[in-house]
Design a protein around this ligand. Structure first.
Ligand code: AMP
Length: 468
């Protein structure tokens, strides 16, 4: 039996068509999307005849040198940032992935996760397909190569009828760039314009960096072709219900981005914090964020509760991918290297700490202890700007199996004791829905286990071994 798919992928994609410096723009786009994946990065470019690819493990700045970018000529390019994962961390899984088929050279960058990838892969293997990676994205490439249509668009539309789950996909051919998004629109994907060229990105923060203008989102189920004739859009697969990932707003996307129809992430997070303050009031002296992701909701919390906002925890932004720990272990080294309390902000105070989510509970436990012991806070109240995380994500967010999600197996009071907070409260699902303009258009499965896209049983069992 081959190794199971790595289901824990959240990634960033960026593409350009029609610009002399396509690879450089893609490099910058990936730079802005670094938060979506830090394990590996890659760019594939095309000069209309030949495709070039460069990829490696590491951050965008580590992977690409001036020299390496020079090896990526052409007027079109796609790029990918891959999320660090448990188990699937290897060069062969870094994207874009490139192959040659009847269409010529083709490469693909995928954000999301297919829910029927295991059975599709098995079928392909029974037909003799050979795989080089564990990624579900390679399944898509094989399916395109096997599809019966004569054009890339026909083949991709055929594949869209077969693949299930979340996909925001960029596909580069020698003379065109194709963007396609799953019918539920789970992951974001937006279209922009820059100096006569078109750009496509997971989030608009990538457009801001290069000075591109946001045009619109790629619609759920839409396949958009960009070539020398301009844009050509078709509905590749019927879209009956939207299920945008609400966790993009809570944690994943960058606050300066506009996603899911142009909604600014920062302002949604701030509203979450306001609502959290209404729902979970506590008498306190100061509100502090867990930086960085907790900052916007803390601002909202402080504003709503008329409590002073302060930076009671400082984050070291320069923590690299590797560090050398001294032999004699330092208490809470892992979290201390990232965060440290400012004593005079916390000392003797009733402190509210706001974070966006609790997954395993490890971070909150360490932070509470640190704010109480090093920060000398009198009381520590933890407020979470999302509901209890009780279900793993099968659509591409890096959440662990159900057994590891503390709220899946413990009551809030038990979690409070575990993290040693004086009080602990989460935002309600209703509260979360109340800040979204079209609340029915979102997936809340990690909070209510109502999965909008089903998954075949064998895929479920393999992707969640700890399910009990
Ligand atoms: P934990 O320590 O497992 O409870 O993780 C909670 C912390 O991880 C919070 O501070 C979140 O901001 C952060 N977080 C939440 N979701 C993710 C994710 N998918 N990847 C990385 N960090 C996350």
């Amino acid at each position: 039996m081959d190794k199971i798919f790595d289901i824990r992928e959240e990634c960033g994609v960026f593409g350009v068509y029609g610009h002399a410096e396509a690879a450089k723009l893609t490099y910058l786009g990936l730079y802005a999307l670094q938060h979506r994946g830090q394990e590996g990065a890659g760019i594939c470019s095309s000069d209309g005849h030949t495709m070039y690819i460069e990829k490696a493990m590491g951050h965008v700045s580590e992977v690409f040198s001036e020299e390496r970018l020079k090896r990526l000529p052409g007027h079109s390019a796609i790029g990918h940032n891959r999320y660090s994962t448990a188990g699937g961390s290897m060069l062969k899984n870094v994207q874009p992935i490139m192959a040659n088929c009847m269409l010529g050279s083709i490469s693909l960058a995928h954000n999301g996760n297919l829910t029927n990838a295991i059975s599709l892969r098995r079928q392909l293997q029974e037909q003799g397909a050979i795989f080089q990676s564990n990624s579900d994205s390679e399944v898509i490439l094989h399916l395109i190569a096997h599809a019966s249509g004569s054009t890339a668009q026909e083949k991709i539309a055929e594949v869209a009828q077969v693949i299930e789950g979340a996909y925001s996909l960029l596909i580069l051919l020698e003379n065109e760039l194709i963007a396609i998004r799953d019918p539920f629109g789970v992951r974001p994907l937006c279209l922009g314009q820059f100096n006569g060229a078109y750009v496509v990105a997971s989030e608009t923060c990538a457009f801001d960096l290069i000075g591109a203008a946001y045009v619109r989102d790629i619609e759920p189920g839409e396949m958009l072709t960009i070539n020398d004739n301009g844009l050509h859009s078709v509905k590749a697969v019927d879209s009956f219900k939207r299920a945008h990932c609400v966790f993009e707003f809570i944690y994943f996307a960058r606050p300066d981005s506009k996603i899911f129809g142009g909604l600014n992430v920062h302002s949604i997070r701030k509203k979450l914090g306001k609502r959290l303050a209404i729902e979970t009031h506590v008498n306190a002296d100061v509100v502090i964020p867990v930086p960085d992701s907790g900052v916007p909701s803390t601002l909202g919390y402080a504003e709503q509760s008329s409590l002073p906002f302060d930076f009671g925890l400082v984050r070291n932004h320069y923590v690299g991918r590797t560090f050398i720990e001294p032999k004699h272990s330092i208490r809470h080294f892992g979290v201390k290297i990232k965060l440290n309390p400012i004593k005079h902000v916390n000392e003797g105070k009733r402190v509210v700490i706001v974070d966006d989510s609790i997954v395993r509970g490890t971070t909150s436990k360490k932070i509470v202890k640190m704010v109480r012991e090093v920060g000398a806070a009198k009381e520590v109240h933890v407020r979470i700007s999302s509901p209890c995380t009780i279900g793993p994500c099968y659509y591409g967010i890096n959440t662990p199996t159900r057994g590891e999600l503390i709220a899946a197996t413990h009551q809030i009071e038990e979690i409070r004791k575990y993290i040693t907070a004086d009080t602990l409260a989460y935002l309600s699902i209703e509260g979360l829905r109340s800040v979204l303009p079209n609340p029915d258009d979102y997936c809340y499965a990690c909070f209510n286990k109502e999965y909008p896209i089903g998954f075949p049983q064998d895929n479920l069992i393999k992707s969640e071994p700890a399910l009990v």
